[in-house]
Write a protein that binds this ligand. Structure first.
Ligand SMILES: NC(=O)c1ccc[n+]([C@@H]2O[C@H](COP(=O)([O-])OP(=O)(O)OC[C@H]3O[C@@H](n4cnc5c(N)ncnc54)[C@H](OP(=O)(O)O)[C@@H]3O)[C@@H](O)[C@H]2O)c1
Length: 304
């Protein structure tokens, strides 16, 4: 079973492997409400009790699809901690004034987006709202005012950010009434920036678990043309027996989760067998030298 953990000292309880919905509607034919409900049930059976979504996913269609599942199956809603994100505007029917893709983390926009998410998701309260991307034109106190208002009005329980540098996180933290509960960032064997740029160190210092998106590098880890991926997979294959037959994907998730900031990871597959496999990562503790062997395989050289 997937572990339940506290996201931050005053944060919500989440599963340390989360189900992500970026690609939820990507398959053809489009999954029905019943298909999605059975996928969510599988998650719950495995102990995956947290769903990650965003206003923009499926070009503003995924939140409504999740809402349809909750309408048909109200019993499912209460069993999930629901995370959504807002603040990315791309030209579309929903964003009539957007002439080009841009970020908008102003208070008024965050409040309007969160209120729309509540309607589409068909819920009374969002457990965790994340500012999807830092908006370089928005003052931190403006973004914070939106998050503070949403919490005060009971529309969201917790606030956090995504893709923030640690400086941006500190700046916003100084303005919010309640501590931010996470920074959702890209992290995988093929994307290690957060190890080096202070993002994970800051999470560790604050006792805030990062949420790692694209833990399989968006599938690039399985690309036979990608030399780093081929080296990593050779190394992963050699570890399988030692970790009780865990597949490459589970071990790659476990590599991300081993960092002392204790990242939680977000699953992106739509395939039930892969969901099962990746959920196993919650129970895997990689040996120090196996972790470094994978680092070495990814980088193509040993540690300096
Ligand atoms: N905050 C942000 O800015 C941000 C950005 C991106 C994503 N996210 C979140 O993170 C979640 C996960 O991201 P992601 O979808 O990029 O995760 P990922 O696990 O890195 O990539 C998923 C892709 O890898 C493929 N895949 C998964 N397991 C595989 C396996 N065992 N063998 C071969 N291919 C495999 C999947 O294809 P199949 O479906 O065919 O298995 C899918 O195309 C998203 O759903 C979203 O919730 C957040």
């Amino acid at each position: 079973m997937v572990n339940q953990v506290s996201l931050s000292p005053d944060g919500p309880l989440v599963s340390d492997v989360i189900y992500g919905t970026w690609r939820l509607l990507a398959d053809e034919p489009r999954p029905t409400v019943a298909d999605l409900a059975s996928r969510f049930e599988l998650c719950l059976e495995l102990g995956i009790t947290t769903l990650d979504t965003a206003e923009i996913y499926g070009r503003y269609t995924v939140e409504a699809a999740i809402g349809e599942v909750f309408r048909a199956r109200p019993d499912l809603r209460d069993r999930f901690t629901l995370v959504t994100k807002c603040g990315i505007d791309v030209p579309s029917e929903e964003k009539a004034t957007a002439r080009l893709p841009h970020y908008n983390a102003s208070a008024d926009n965050l409040v309007a987006c969160a209120e729309k998410s509540l309607r589409l998701l068909q819920v009374d309260c969002i457990d965790v709202l994340l500012v999807h991307r830092p908006d370089w034109l928005c003052r931190a106190d403006d973004t914070a005012a939106g998050l503070n208002r949403l919490i005060a009005e009971g529309k969201i329980r917790h606030a956090g950010v995504s893709n923030y540098t640690w400086h941006q996180y500190e700046l916003l933290s100084a303005c919010v009434d309640r501590p931010l509960v996470t920074n959702q960032i890209e992290a995988s064997l093929l994307r290690m920036d957060a190890l080096y740029d202070g993002t994970l160190a800051q999470c560790e210092q604050r006792g805030v678990r990062p949420m790692a998106w694209s833990p399989l590098a968006g599938g690039r880890l399985f690309d036979p043309q990608n030399e780093a991926a081929v080296r990593v997979r050779r190394c992963l294959d050699g570890l399988r027996d030692k970790y009780d037959g865990a597949a490459d994907d589970a071990l790659a998730f476990a590599w991300v989760m081993a960092h002392p900031s204790r990242p939680v990871t977000i699953i992106g597959t739509n395939q039930p067998d892969r969901i099962r496999s990746q959920a196993r990562a919650s129970q895997i503790r990689l040996d120090r030298q196996d972790w470094y062997a994978l680092w070495e395989a990814a980088q193509g050289h040993s540690v300096p």
